[in-house]
Structures are given as structure tokens and as C-alpha cells.
Design a protein around this ligand. Sequence first.
Ligand code: DHB
Ligand code: FE
Length: 280
Amino acid sequence: MAKITAGVATSHVPAIGAAIDLGKTEDDYWQPVFKGYEFAKSWIQDEKPDVIILVFNDHASAFSQDIIPTFVIGCAEEFQPADEGWGPRKVPVVKNHTKLASHLAQSVIQSDFDITIVNKMDVDHGLTVPLSLMFGQPEEWPCKVIPIAVNVVQYPPPSGSRCFALGKAIREAVDCFDEDLNVQIWGTGGMSHQLQGPRAGLINKEFDIEFLNDIVTDPETLAKKPHIDYVRYAGSEGIELVMWMVMRGALDQDVNQLQRFYHVPASNTAVGHLVLENKK
Ligand code: DHB
Ligand code: FE
């Protein structure tokens, strides 16, 4: 049977992708950021996941004001890196596990969790930067990736508890997929940051540290945090953290924390990163 063995959380700052692509990872500014990912980069070489369910948000690259789906599952064979203004990043094409993606769509929709099936979607820094952080610069990504996109760009975003429940629905679906697969789930985005308006540049270390604590040990309570608290305390883009709740909902209640990293700043953002493992 397929099994979710571990979860990874990471920020997805686009400048991190540029630093990798332009060979700047050893620069004084970037070196401490990439140091925080050394553990996970070597850990994942041993773990060798077959599939990553990668929860990310599109930043008006694939979607626009025309269509704003709250939750998306990518079901196509592959997804091209998006052109975000400087041409598409020169990173591998993302290959899907279409059978598991279709199974997830069927299972979560038929357990009353509406999600939009999308077959055409270029993937932006929200998805490609976490892959680069974890896998470096390979010719091909070493595993299949099922993209799950969450709207956190256009009000109203889904609540933390809805995201947590989606994680649980994904977990149930994976548990009954009849193929031996090592599946990981990643939650991306965050931590505190605001890119716009009078509060641009906002970072809230206290909020971030509490979030890192709570998501590991008390996610049920954390799931109740209302949308306005994310925006008020973590900035307008801090709401990206609800995507971490999808990841956490798909893991066991008790998990082993294998890695935790926090660094300020990278570009405008507080970088947070966790590696969590199911105990059994
Ligand atoms: C930055 C962070 C993001 O999450 C994003 O989507 C875009 C920019 C930043 O820190 O610059
Ligand atoms: Fe973002």
C-alpha cells in the first residue's frame, strides 16, 4: 500500500531560486540560508520518496482574476516551470504520478472535499523553489510530484482548519491506494512576510516561533487560528502558512521532528523549515 512517511515544510522565497540558479549559494548573504537545508538534502537522498504531494500556492502565474479555485489538484502528466517575468527557471519539468493524483481527486471529492481538477498549469516559484532547496540542481527531479494549489493570494483564502481537514482527507486517500509507494507531503510558503502596503517588510519572529512549536506538538489547536490572526500578526503573505496545515493534517498526531530551521531575512521573508516523520 502507499504510505505517507514524512512531511516537509519550507518557505518558497523566489530570490532563493535565483540564488541557486545564478550560483550565489555561497555568498555571505545566502550561505546561512542554505546551511539550514543541508540536513534535509542529505536525509531525502536516503528516504528516496516515490511521490511528493506538494502543497503550494500559485502567485497569479497559472491563475488570474478570471478563475480563482480555492483548492486545486494537478492531474496532468507534467507541469512546465512558469515564466514569472524573467523567462521560466531552467529547472526540470515536473512529472506527475497521474494514477495517484486521479485516486486522490476521486477519494477527496467523494468524501465531500471539493477540489478543482486542473490539467493545464505552469508551476511558479511556490512549487519549484522548494524542489530546488531539497534536491539542488538535478537533470530530472528524482520523484513524481502531485501539485496541490491553495488560493492564498485573493481574499478569501481557506481557513487553517479547512486546510488541516484537507490534509486528513489526503491521508485517508493515500492509505487506501493499492501500490507500494513512499509518499511525502510538503507544505510550502510563509513564514511571516508582507510584500505590499505600509507594513511591507513585516517580520514577526515571536509569531513564527510559536507557530513552529504548535504545528509540531498541537496542530489541532493551531488549526483553529482564524485567518485574520495570520494577516494581523504574520503579514498579508503570512497567510501562506495555512498550506503547512495541509501537510500537518496528513501526518500522524505524534511525529518526530527531524529538523527545524528559522532564519531572518531571506529577501522580505522569515524562512522556516521543518522535517517531520511519522513514528510508525
Ligand atoms: C517573497 C516571498 C514570497 O513568498 C513570494 O511569494 C514572493 C516574494 C519575498 O520574500 O521576496
Ligand atoms: Fe509566496
